[in-house]
Design a protein around this ligand. Structure first.
Ligand code: HEM
Length: 129
């Protein structure tokens, strides 16, 4: 008898694998909670419309995870220009993102892909040394 098993060539996006938009919203909420609780980072976000920021970050993360969502925010270089963001700041932000994903039990291989995709933006975001 041939047992039914999920076919190995069925493609599931990382977006679907983690639970879709609701899960990603929850990750992004925790992510900004940690970023804004970090004394090294909080100053950068003074005057930022957090609802808009979170909406755009959810779109971006969903998009890089293969979800049916398109990023509609500003070009990332433009959004971060003139803010004096350092490599160290960037590293801290990535750490908070990894922690938020891990806190939601997102598997390591998926975390790795998200970090790789968003980490590639470093050259656009870091403008200070
Ligand atoms: C993985 C790295 C990062 C990604 C993917 C990312 C992504 C984003 C996105 C999608 C937005 C929204 C743009 C919009 O609403 O049009 C944004 C805005 C912003 N980001 Fe980042 N960011 C990163 C790193 C950082 C770092 C390291 C800092 C500073 C420490 C920072 C500070 C800000 C600030 C202050 C805004 C708000 C700008 C505003 O008020 O319009 N970001 N970022």
């Amino acid at each position: 008898m041939v047992e039914h098993s999920q076919t190995s060539n069925e493609i599931t996006s990382d977006y679907a694998a983690v639970g879709g938009g609701a899960a990603i919203s929850s990750v992004v909420d925790l992510f900004y909670q940690s970023v804004l609780a970090d004394p090294q980072l909080v100053g950068y976000f003074e005057g930022t419309d957090l609802a808009r920021l979170k909406r755009h970050q959810v779109q971006l993360v969903s998009q890089v995870m293969g979800g049916p969502v398109s990023y509609e925010g500003a070009d990332l270089a433009e959004a971060h220009r003139g803010r004096g963001i350092t490599d160290a700041d960037f590293g801290r932000v990535v750490e908070h993102l990894i922690a938020a994903l891990a806190a939601h039990s997102v598997p390591e291989d998926i975390v790795g892909r998200v970090v790789q995709a968003l980490g590639a933006t470093q050259g656009d975001i870091v403008t200070a040394r």
